[in-house]
Design a protein around this ligand. Structure first.
Ligand SMILES: C[S@@+](CC[C@H](N)C(=O)[O-])C[C@H]1O[C@@H](n2cnc3c(N)ncnc32)[C@H](O)[C@@H]1O
Length: 401
């Protein structure tokens, strides 16, 4: 074990040097080596304690914290922090119970305790933001029951791989529904809102698809943009609440030569419109079902972020075929922002997303060969695949074959 630990420490030291000079991917590498170090050091009893008591208790307390606005109260208290008695008064949690719950958050490094008061950390301040509060609710209320049900569910199905696109997977079993995931979200408020904000948060803070060193927007899209073909630069197909387009618009204010269009389901677009009734959005919105023909023709690019991974191969081909009809040959690009699984070198981001897919859609994340196959079947060809250090998702650029 000494050798394993020494070798991980060497990797940590070298990733630490890269981190000091802000090298892309070094922060993620440090986290990964730290995980490896814990695995190498932890004995089984400690592993069981951490994984099956400490972490479930922590996430349960954090979910409870959403209801009583705990992280917001700590954030508002600033440097002075909050004493247990004041926090008990404000949250209406019995002081003894509160102290016990908070102590656990202290040992899990979520908050700190000093000079008789609880204090926020950069992490807990971040978690106080609305998008993370909704993400916590979605992950705890919707995803966690689906994962908890895995052992019983798979035993009952004799460990068969669930049918892709089916309505009888772990999610349906856990939530006692026959509805597909996206339909269930609409019928069970506030889960649709929680999910949509979770989508805007789950990879926030990482390099964006258009960041320098990732997909070269100016070379590949702006250059060659021809308003005489169409004045639309980008259509975000299934773009949720438009967080990707909003970020793109903010980053390209002076260099956005064409229209930006957000498309999603009726219920999602209705929420976007209602919530922004007093604001001017930096993009247009359209209700569009991507299983029907694309209505915006000849745009420079159609962007699909985390869309096809929710669907079986057959359904994904159908979605692409509905898009293909709108593409201008040699001009329009299809940009899939998706995980490309490397089976020999899986990452936690890729395998945990794969588990989310297994739990909620009974589908899987895809390898490069899988992506090429479905694109080809839809009449498209891959131009190039762009990746970025430490980012799970790649941009697969495709065009009409
Ligand atoms: C996994 S989310 C991805 C959202 C967004 N692209 C992102 O990366 O954050 C999938 C999106 O597809 C939308 N969606 C599901 N079925 C759809 C359909 N038939 N037509 C259009 N959008 C759909 C959902 O409402 C949701 O916003």
């Amino acid at each position: 074990m000494t050798t394993v630990v020494s070798s991980i420490l060497e990797s940590l030291a070298s990733a630490g040097k890269a981190f000091d000079i802000n090298e892309a991917g070094s922060r993620e590498a440090l986290i990964e080596h730290s995980r490896a170090l814990i695995s190498a050091l932890e004995i089984p009893s400690e592993f069981v304690q951490r994984s099956f008591w400490a972490e479930p208790a922590m996430s349960a307390i954090i979910r409870l914290a959403v209801d009583v606005k705990l992280f917001q109260l700590l954030k508002e208290a600033g440097d002075a922090g909050v004493t247990p008695s004041t926090l008990s008064e404000k949250t209406e949690i019995n002081e003894l119970l509160l102290r016990r719950l908070m102590s656990h958050l202290v040992t899990m490094h979520i908050i700190t305790y000093r000079d008789g008061a609880f204090h926020s950390t950069p992490l807990s301040k971040g978690l106080a933001e609305e998008k993370y509060q909704h993400s916590i609710s979605f992950c705890y209320d919707v995803s966690r029951p689906s994962f908890n049900g895995f052992p019983q569910f798979f035993k009952s199905t004799k460990y068969k791989s669930p049918t892709a696109g089916g309505i009888d997977g772990p999610f349906q079993d856990a939530h006692k529904t026959l509805l597909p995931f996206f339909e269930w979200l609409v019928t069970t408020p506030p889960h649709l809102q929680h999910f949509d904000l979770f989508m805007g948060a789950y990879r926030a803070g990482k390099a964006n698809w258009y960041s320098p060193g990732f997909y070269p927007v100016s070379d590949n899209l702006i250059s060659g943009f021809d308003p005489s073909i169409s004045d639309v630069l980008l259509v975000d197909v299934g773009g949720g609440r438009g967080h990707d387009l909003a970020a793109y618009a903010a980053a390209h204010q002076s260099a956005c030569p064409g229209r930006l269009i957000l498309q999603d389901r009726e219920a999602v677009i209705a929420d976007v419109v209602a919530e922004n009734s007093d604001k001017e959005l930096p993009f247009e919105v359209q209700a569009h079902d991507f299983f029907t023909s694309q209505t915006v023709r000849d745009a420079r690019a159609y962007y699909l972020h985390s869309i096809l991974h929710d669907w079986s191969d057959e359904e994904s081909i159908l979605i692409l075929q509905n898009l293909v009809l709108a593409l201008k040959k040699g001009y329009s690009r299809v940009l899939l922002n998706e995980i490309v699984v490397i089976e020999e070198k899986p990452t936690l981001a890729a395998t945990s997303m794969d588990m989310m897919m297994l739990a909620h859609f009974a589908v899987r994340e895809r390898t490069e060969a899988n992506w090429r196959e479905i694109l080809e079947k839809a009449g498209l060809k891959v131009v190039k695949i762009y990746s970025y250090p430490g980012i799970a998702e790649s941009v697969i650029e495709a065009e009409l074959a």
